[in-house]
Design a protein around this ligand. Structure first.
Ligand SMILES: NC(=O)c1ccc[n+]([C@@H]2O[C@H](COP(=O)([O-])OP(=O)(O)OC[C@H]3O[C@@H](n4cnc5c(N)ncnc54)[C@H](O)[C@@H]3O)[C@@H](O)[C@H]2O)c1
Length: 466
């Protein structure tokens, strides 16, 4: 198989040309003949014009590549080594939605020939490839697994927005269904992964390895989020604590934050699903999900609470000043009342009359992907208090945001806000100064800096971070 691929006697197909499939297909297309297969015609049109729909790759990445982009099963039929990289999301009940995976498997099953290979890259729970995909390949093709065709699993480790940990530079796990297939699959991937491959003993092991990489991150971030809630009650800044603790050799500096996207916030649910089938209820994994999924609501509530407290405090402060000037204790009391009234009159004590600017809506920094963004939870929670919310983001597509989450984005900030939530500190925002924040805020306005990136520059504004 390997020799025939690198001598262009056989073709390789990548099914699903998204964040994972496209870079992989383009990399293989430097070395062999590749069929890029997808069902999204709009994206295929862009790809034929050397444009990456997810804006991760520049047009130069498409140059001198031996690849076609197609949705035609007749073209797909010409391949012998199929790599499946389609989405594996969760449904509204947080259980695995295998529809895209099984539909892509069906497309491959219909064109499968004796001697072919099918490699899965989509993230799944341990056992899914053999339990769900292999039976479909067998029943539709009429061929026998191992005897007639081989299957492998090789999880992807790319990190969108991170050019350093690219496909070429990151060790790739490969697995097969027997020694011969493992050897062929390893050799095929070694042609594009400079860092080399790790040969896992079985597909189940490779599937489990991918899931625990993301589950470990999820649980660790959840611990930091829980500590952040606790430290907030104690009046301690979490980042100051982490910086101090990180001076110990074996402390791992995870930081609190929103866990969105289609990997870390999704993959643990695949594990929970499989565990439930085995009559085991994994407490650690599920509680990590619980904590991380509730952070958007928590941040919104803290914002409202702080807007109220800050406004009241500034009113009281003004009143006390007036009272002190009058030189009497009674004056102070009157001043507090007057201060409260000033706040009330300005209408700033009610979240319903407050304006909040949210900066960043993508699931993480420096990417345009908005899937499973937890910033939407903040928006919904604030709207439930009837707070006026403007959302801006230099990366996100406003139409896609409206389609996915049902709210319109603002073109740009307008007027003064009672609070700014720096939700996703894209590089476009990183150079903001305290004066830039002040220009957008009412006097005594609040900055909620979820990732804590502005904590050293904001000195005389009301400031809060996780
Ligand atoms: N994006 C990441 O950072 C990342 C990292 C590691 C693993 N993964 C995993 O890789 C898999 C793919 O993720 P992604 O981010 O590349 O998804 P994606 O949504 O960016 O791309 C998937 C592509 O598959 C296409 N597709 C869907 N159904 C299809 C079908 N039946 N036939 C052909 N094409 C079809 C879509 O049109 C889309 O172009 C998922 O299982 C994901 O969990 C993703």
């Amino acid at each position: 198989m390997y020799n025939q691929l690198i001598t262009n006697k056989l073709k390789l197909a990548v099914v699903g040309l998204g964040y994972v499939g496209l870079p992989l297909a383009l990399e293989f297309a430097k070395k062999m003949t590749v069929i890029g297969f997808d069902i999204n015609e709009r994206n295929l049109k862009m790809l034929r014009n050397s444009q990456d729909p997810s804006e991760e790759l520049g047009p130069e990445t498409f140059e001198n590549r031996n690849i076609i982009f197609t949705s035609d099963p007749e073209e797909l039929k010409k391949a012998s080594f199929y790599i499946v990289a389609v989405p594996t999301p969760i449904d509204k009940y947080n259980t695995p939605d295998l529809k895209p995976l099984l539909s892509a498997t069906l497309s491959v099953a219909k064109v499968l020939k004796r001697g072919d290979y099918v490699i899965y890259e989509s993230t799944v729970y341990p056992g899914c490839t053999e339990e769900e995909c292999v039976p479909l390949l067998e029943s539709v093709s009429g061929l026998k697994f191992i005897e007639d065709f081989k299957v492998g699993y090789s999880p992807e480790r790319i990190n969108p927005g991170d050019a350093e940990h690219s496909l070429q530079k990151t060790i790739k796990i490969v697995s097969g269904c027997d020694d011969e297939s493992l050897d062929n699959i390893a050799k095929v991937y070694e042609t594009v992964v400079e860092a080399g491959v790790h040969r896992a003993p079985e597909m189940k092991v490779a599937e489990a390895a991918k899931i625990i990489e993301n589950t470990q991150r999820d649980v660790n971030i959840a611990l930091m989020n829980e500590l952040s809630i606790l430290f907030n009650r104690m009046g301690i800044n979490t980042y100051d604590v982490i910086n101090a603790a990180a001076t110990k050799w074996n402390f791992v500096a995870y930081t609190p934050g929103l866990v969105g996207g289609h990997c870390i916030g999704v993959d643990p649910y695949y594990m929970v699903h499989k565990a439930s089938e085995l009559k085991y209820h994994p407490q650690m994994i599920a509680s990590g999900r619980f904590v991380n999924d509730s952070m958007g609501g928590y941040i919104a509530k803290q914002t409202v609470k702080r807007m109220l407290a800050g406004n009241q405090a500034s009113g009281i402060h003004a009143g006390i000043q007036a009272g002190v000037q009058a030189g009497e204790h009674a004056g102070n009391q009157a001043g507090i009342q007057a201060g409260n009234q000033v706040g009330n009159q300005a209408g700033i004590q009610s979240p319903a009359k407050s304006r909040v600017l949210i900066m960043g809506v993508t699931y993480k920094e420096n990417v345009s992907d908005i899937r499973n963004s937890k910033v939407a939870d903040i928006v919904y929670e604030l709207i439930s208090y009837r707070t006026e919310v403007d959302v801006v983001d230099p990366k996100a597509d406003p139409q896609y945001v409206e389609h996915e989450y049902g709210f319109k984005m603002a073109d740009k900030p307008t007027g003064k806000y009672n609070a700014i939530i720096m939700a996703v500190p894209h590089k476009e925002y990183r150079s903001m100064t305290q004066d830039d924040f002040k220009a957008l805020l009412v006097p005594h306005g609040l900055v909620v800096d979820i990732r804590g990136v502005f904590r050293s520059i904001i000195k005389d504004l009301d400031y809060w971070s996780l």
